[in-house]
Design a protein around this ligand. Structure first.
Ligand SMILES: Cc1cc2nc3c(=O)[nH]c(=O)nc-3n(C[C@H](O)[C@H](O)[C@H](O)COP(=O)(O)OP(=O)(O)OC[C@H]3O[C@@H](n4cnc5c(N)ncnc54)[C@H](O)[C@@H]3O)c2cc1C
Length: 244
């Protein structure tokens, strides 16, 4: 293997990487690629750096490496499954992976809402007035509560569909939660930071870390626009609109 790969999450400290590469350019679209295990101590596997994201290089599982594959050779048995099954395996992993992302984002949003409430309840504006007495803050708390609960039910439903009808049939549910929950998280984090004022922007407050870190949620494992387009195309099939 020869090539350059950006954004290999968790390569720092990993003992192997899984490379998805085209192994048969002449095969059909979904049979061209294979997944191949590459030990990170292979002389041809060169981790260049942890690419800094929003000011943080990260480390260990919380990092995204740039890798050079430089005449990297591995035995044929390092192919996962059979040659040409890369796309199939990716599809098997991506559905549950996206559900997992959403579950983690809901947990983060839940913590951000808890912090928002504690701050609102503890911050005095003088004259017996708390931040929690302000209607705008009350709106943010109520909206965040409703959004998190709605997302939790959507994710539960998508996980149920995945389990009962499989990733192909559940793809619309997965696409919907992937962009919807990622955006919910950003809205809740933004409100939580606003309630914390300047402190919310500092590195002393975990909200700023989440805000930087989770901006990527709308991009990795498929950007919002790709999931929205995929979902809309599936819906529009019912109205006689075919793929362009
Ligand atoms: C933190 C992080 C971790 C990552 N970890 C990994 C990893 O471990 N392994 C790995 O292989 N990759 C990883 N990635 C890469 C990630 O999967 C890609 O960044 C993502 O798929 C988008 O591809 P791209 O960056 O090339 O953007 P592009 O494809 O260039 O897209 C740029 C923008 O164009 C728009 N766009 C793109 N396609 C369409 C479309 N069809 N319709 C409408 N609009 C569109 C979207 O707004 C998109 O944000 C990671 C990325 C990030 C940010």
């Amino acid at each position: 293997m020869n090539g350059k790969k950006w954004f290999t999450t968790g390569a720092d400290g990993a003992s192997f990487a899984i490379v998805m590469a085209i192994t048969d350019p002449g095969a059909g679209n979904y049979q061209k690629a294979s997944m191949i295990i590459v030990p990170t101590n292979n002389p041809g596997f060169k981790r260049v750096r942890n690419t800094p994201i929003m000011g943080e290089s990260g480390q260990g599982h919380d990092s995204h490496s740039e890798i050079n594959y430089d005449n990297c050779k591995v035995p044929v048995e390092n192919i996962i499954g059979k040659e040409g099954e890369g796309f199939y395996l990716a599809q098997q992993r991506l559905g549950p992976g996206r559900v997992h992302h959403c579950m983690r984002w809901i947990g983060t949003a839940e913590r951000a809402l808890d912090m928002m409430c504690k701050r609102a309840a503890g911050r005095s504006l003088g004259a017996d007035t708390l931040l929690a007495h302000k209607q705008t803050v009350q709106n943010w708390i109520a909206e965040s509560r409703a959004s998190i609960d709605a997302c939790r039910l959507m994710v539960l439903n998508a996980a149920h569909m995945l389990e009962t009808v499989g990733s192909k049939t559940a793809r619309n549910d997965i696409s919907a939660i992937k962009f919807y929950v990622a955006n919910m998280l950003q809205e809740v984090l933004d409100k939580a930071i606003q309630v914390h004022g300047a402190y919310g922007l500092t590195d002393d407050c975990i909200l700023s870390h989440w805000y930087r870190h989770e901006r990527a949620a709308r991009i990795y494992d498929g950007p919002d626009e790709v999931h929205k387009s995929s979902l809309a195309r599936q819906i529009l099939k019912n109205y006689g609109v075919n793929k362009k």
